[in-house]
Design a protein around this ligand. Structure first.
Ligand code: SAM
Length: 238
């Protein structure tokens, strides 16, 4: 039977009052809801009409989502993260109160309403997204699950790859970054075995143009770890 358990953390340190306020007051405004049946209407899910929609799976503290959302105000971005402290952190970025107390439960006035948060396992939403939903899918520093007996828990696996292919537009790309060489090799191998993707960024040690490092990436670089940047495009059917 397919194992759909989530093995990561859902909670960490106690959440500060100011962030709890954002979870109570801002999250309901920017949370994407899972329909009981049928598909999510992505073009009408944001406060803007998005030119494209991008998905970030496992956004951690949300720094990357917050930054790309500001840099690309005409793109709709869905961020998924089951770790509640991470969700609260992204809300603080969107609210403009990351380094201070939240004064309101609104988006910061310098932001457009182009982020939607799924505070749970993205696999729950997968069946509700139509084919060709996303122009970019980011999987940045996924949990490495280093033990061989846990390898099947790695997100880039034979069950999720066909869904990634279904959800990606024909010209879209999946971005995977990791500083665990074993994970990079595994991801390339799994994508290859699937026959659905081809790797298009040959110099995997070089970040793609306009790359925005995540919190994990910055920590890893500071500790001397070397990132691998993988970009995959769909193999188009002839
Ligand atoms: C190692 S952290 C990296 C966080 C962030 N991307 C960064 O680079 O700073 C991996 C994150 O993926 C999240 N994650 C794991 N499986 C997931 C899933 N099925 N759906 C959504 N998020 C997931 C975890 O909760 C965790 O926060």
């Amino acid at each position: 039977m397919e194992d759909k358990r989530f093995y990561g953390r859902r909670k960490g340190k106690p959440i500060k009052e100011s962030r709890q306020k954002l979870l109570d007051g801002l999250l309901p405004k920017v949370q994407i809801t899972c329909p009981e049946e049928g598909s999510i209407d992505l073009k009408n899910s944001f406060g803007i009409t998005p030119r494209e929609v991008w998905l970030e799976i496992g956004f951690g503290g949300g720094e990357h989502v917050a930054e790309i959302a500001q840099k690309y105000p005409d793109i709709g971005i869905i961020g998924a993260e089951p770790f509640l402290n991470g969700v609260a952190s992204l809300l603080a970025h969107l609210n403009g109160s990351h380094m201070k107390e939240a004064k309101t439960c609104d988006l910061s006035p310098d932001r457009v309403d182009n982020v939607r948060i799924w505070p749970d396992d993205i696999r729950i939403l997968f069946p509700h997204f139509p084919d060709n939903s996303f122009e970019r899918i980011f999987i940045l520093y996924p949990d490495p699950w280093p033990k061989a007996r846990h390898a099947e828990r790695r997100f880039v696996n034979g069950r999720n790859i066909p869904e990634l292919a279904r959800l990606l537009t024909p010209r879209g790309a999946v971005y995977v970054a990791t500083d665990v060489q074993d994970y990079a090799d595994w991801a390339v191998e799994q994508m290859d075995i699937s026959g659905l993707f081809r790797q298009v960024h040959p110099n995997t040690a070089l970040p793609p143009p306009d790359w925005i490092p995540t919190r994990y990436e910055k920590k890893g670089l500071a500790a001397g770890r070397k990132p691998t940047y993988l970009i995959f495009e769909k193999k188009l059917k002839k």
